[in-house]
Design a binder for this molecule. Sequence first.
Ligand code: ARG
Length: 482
Amino acid sequence: MSNKMWGGRFATGPDAIMEEINASIGFDQRLFRQDIAGSVAHATMLAETGILTHADRDAIIAGLAEVLAEIEGGSFTFSRALEDIHMNVESRLREKIGDAAGRLHTARSRNDQVATDFKLYVRDTIDTLVTQVQTLQLALVTRAEEEAETIMPGFTHLQSAQPVTFGHHLLAYVEMLGRDAGRLLDARKRLNESPLGSAALAGTPYPIDRSMTAEKLGFDRPTANSLDAVSDRDFILETLAAASICAMHLSRFAEEMVIWSSAQFGFVRLSDKFTTGSSIMPQKRNPDAAELVRAKIGRILGALTSLLVVMKGLPLAYSKDMQEDKEVAFDALDALSLSLAAMTGMVGDLVPNRERMRASASAGFSTATDIADWLVRELNIPFRDAHHITGQIVALAEQKNCGLEGLTIEDFKFIDQRIDSRIHKVLTVEASVAARQSYGGTAPANVLVQAARWKTELTGQEHEPRPLGKKKHAGHGDGGVE
Ligand code: ARG
């Protein structure tokens, strides 16, 4: 039997393998809400413009409501012979209301229909993802405010560089995520034009009102070129690009959690909720959630690559290749959503070991730059020379097997007579971070200002920076209070 939706000129039905490669219902059924919303808008417009009778419109809309309820209630039987969500819905509608259902497809095609459905889906997903990104940002800001005075080593090349505050480090991710949300919202803005009514590729002779359907579906306007409308997949490519960058950020953070939670670093303890044990090594606490977040970028970027490759050789307008857009995109967007949720959980639950971080921060002569800066500031020595003198000081400390704080004033004078005892006050990691008050710098006072700014932005309520030295939640190692 030929397909009853398009089989007029076909004598027989498709080969079983053809059906298998052709059908998309296995994955595009998740577009059912968007598909039905699009049909309701289309039917409403067709009646308003006199193309459909009001009686047919009412039957169609009532029937679609029943189909929606069946799918939501789980009683709908999806048929692979009907290929995709569009024909599954329409076929069921026909069973319910008869011939009127056949008029729904006037002045549209599955090509503009699928573009419309997918745009609506991606738009909803962007909104959810942006909310999730902001939830993670808020979790990070909350921790950053608590850890504004917590000192940790800052790294370059993963070598101890200069001390930073843990709060500052966490706020770095808040900035990245802020850009991620911005990119997703940018994609949403460009996405928001309605393809519906572009029909198969060339538009339609019926006197339709595309602005009306656009408005009903929450689009800003109809697309201006029918060929572009049915063959454009920029909206999902852009969203996947934004998702890939966001996933890359999450992956970097996840990598840091893996490093920080190792016995060798011991900067943080991840909660039982986000770690697993080993069946053979009883001491193990594996940071599986972080590792999996780190890995998800692979599939998300893979989806972007895969779809760019699908699109790159397609002549205008629609080709069936484009059906391959959905499966990878759904998978990628699901993966990002799950990663964001897992990260939010881990951030909320992680317990920093402040003592350990502080001890590690002063290792590796991390305040050497502060000595050089002191020589410039107090003795008016040019920075290049100060750098050289400081190098000799570090070498001496290395020779004496002590930290910079362990050097006596005689040691300093041995390197350069002009140095006096005031140098000692710049040697601590506390002094080092407190001094970095340049805009965007790591000083606790700055971190508190930035945390308050983000809190204000994310909650929509004015937040003042908390005073220095107040309110710290319990961390490992120092009791955490005041
Ligand atoms: N299932 C198809 C897709 O996802 C719908 C569009 C089919 N259009 C066509 N001309 N066969 O792309």
